[in-house]
Design a protein around this ligand. Structure first.
Ligand code: NCD
Length: 303
């Protein structure tokens, strides 16, 4: 890859997925049609290919869905989910770890606690890097699967009112999803405590911010809830915000609203709501498998 001096927007996403800003609507349509096809097909286009999952932060869904996606497509995975057992503990730099792992793999899926980690990795890598979460920055593959979920469940994206509630400051899935939704004709509502408001750079003139869900619930087509990212708060910050959604809220919500969550949930959605047909969060997990299959095929599927 050429030197990485230009903006991340200029890097083709097939070379490195760093931010959702690299995708056009046409790219997204193509990825989604590929996901549709792969969800019903039984082809193995990645036979003989290998990816490395390099995770410096905990993960259940992202790492295992990339693993499942790769193996369903005929490929294999080097799982480094616990960097504590790798040479990282000996002080190896991210750059050296990437340059080593690229000798074994056709792509590297990277989750890291630093916001600039994906760009640093991509600047030294000769294989595609896929951002699986960079600190409080972005989580582009999650946003793609979130958008795919919305499109599948609601039939379209344009014309919807999407309410994002929870930790909008540190929630990287929210940041990526907001950027992606800006490509569509949607109304955005943000619900959070003062301390966890969405960073100003993600706000548009027509958005509104709230501290109570009741102010926007009845107009909401998609309710996207996130947990407080405790690991990114300094120890002495206490957030006074109880925003668990209740059955009463669901009674007041639209019949065709969908309830989404990137998971893990830690009390924001009681399990008694899981049987509500509008609870889409486990279907969202499944959609994620198809979207990650599509991304892998699009990125490393041809020689
Ligand atoms: C999210 C993440 O890691 O940012 N998890 C995920 O990938 N589904 C959300 C979270 O941890 O709260």
């Amino acid at each position: 890859m050429d030197s990485f001096s230009s903006s991340k927007m200029d890097v083709p996403w097939r070379q490195a997925v760093i931010s959702v800003e690299q995708f056009s609507r046409q790219d997204i349509d193509e990825i989604f049609s590929l996901a549709d096809r792969l969800s019903v097909g039984r082809t193995m286009p990645l036979t003989g290919k290998t990816i490395t999952n390099l995770f410096y932060e905990p993960s259940t869904r992202t790492s295992s869905s990339f693993y499942a996606a790769m193996t369903r497509l005929g490929g294999s995975v080097i799982p480094i989910n616990e960097v504590n057992y790798s040479s990282v503990t000996k002080g190896e730099t991210l750059e050296d770890t990437i340059r080593t792992l690229e000798c074994y793999a056709d792509a590297i899926v990277l989750r890291h606690y630093d916001d600039d980690a994906t760009e640093r990795a991509a600047s030294v890598a000769s294989v595609p890097i896929i951002n699986a979460g960079n600190g409080a920055g972005e989580h582009p593959t999650q946003a793609l699967l979130d958008l795919y979920t919305i499109a599948k469940e609601q039939g379209n994206v344009d014309g919807l009112t999407v309410t994002l509630m929870g930790d909008l400051k540190f929630g990287r899935t929210v940041h990526s999803l907001v950027k992606l939704l800006r490509m569509y004709d949607v109304v955005l509502r943000f619900v959070s405590p003062e301390e966890l408001k969405v960073p100003r750079e993600y706000l548009n003139q027509n958005d509104t911010e709230h501290t109570k869900l009741s102010e926007v619930l009845s107009e909401t087509d998609v309710l996207y809830i996130t947990r407080v990212q405790k690991e990114r708060l300094s120890d002495n910050v206490a957030i006074d915000f109880s925003y668990a959604i209740t059955k009463t809220d669901m009674d007041q919500a639209r019949d065709d609203m969908i309830l989404m969550h990137p998971l893990p949930r830690v009390g924001e959605i009681p399990s008694e709501l899981d049987s509500d047909p509008r609870a889409a969060y486990f279907r969202q997990v499944r959609y994620g498998l198809y979207v990650r299959m599509a991304l892998l095929v699009a990125m490393i599927g041809r020689d």
